[in-house]
Design a protein. Sequence first.
Length: 154
Amino acid sequence: MDKIAKDVGEIQSRLLDHRPMVNAETRNFVREFEEKRGHRESRLLENLNKAVVETNEEMLSINVEDMNQQLSDVINRLEAANHMAERVQQRELEAQQSTKLQANMEQLKEEWADFLKEQQRLKEEVDEEHAKAVGELSAQYNEKKKDLAKLALV
């Protein structure tokens, strides 16, 4: 039974325990990568990194210039739209003020007509009072003339 357990353990370690094989492959890979190639890939990666950084900087300056141009175009369009909106708002305000002005003018015309009617009525009252006063004074002067004529005859 010991032999069977030992044989099963060996079979299990060969079939299921991959550590020795993985360690051997790892050592082989490291040796291949570091010793045989002499850091050729790391230099290549560094060169690629430099090229990418230079390209990024170059593209960044181009992109910044493009963005500045596009932003200035957008700002110009927004200013034009803002100016047109202000003009529309000004016209609307003028139209509202015009209708208010017309309404005020109509009201003032009505008030002026009422004022003129009132003045005409007051003028007629004053004319009537004046005519009465003139009539009364004329009557008084006529009486005084009569009294004077009586005194002069006496």
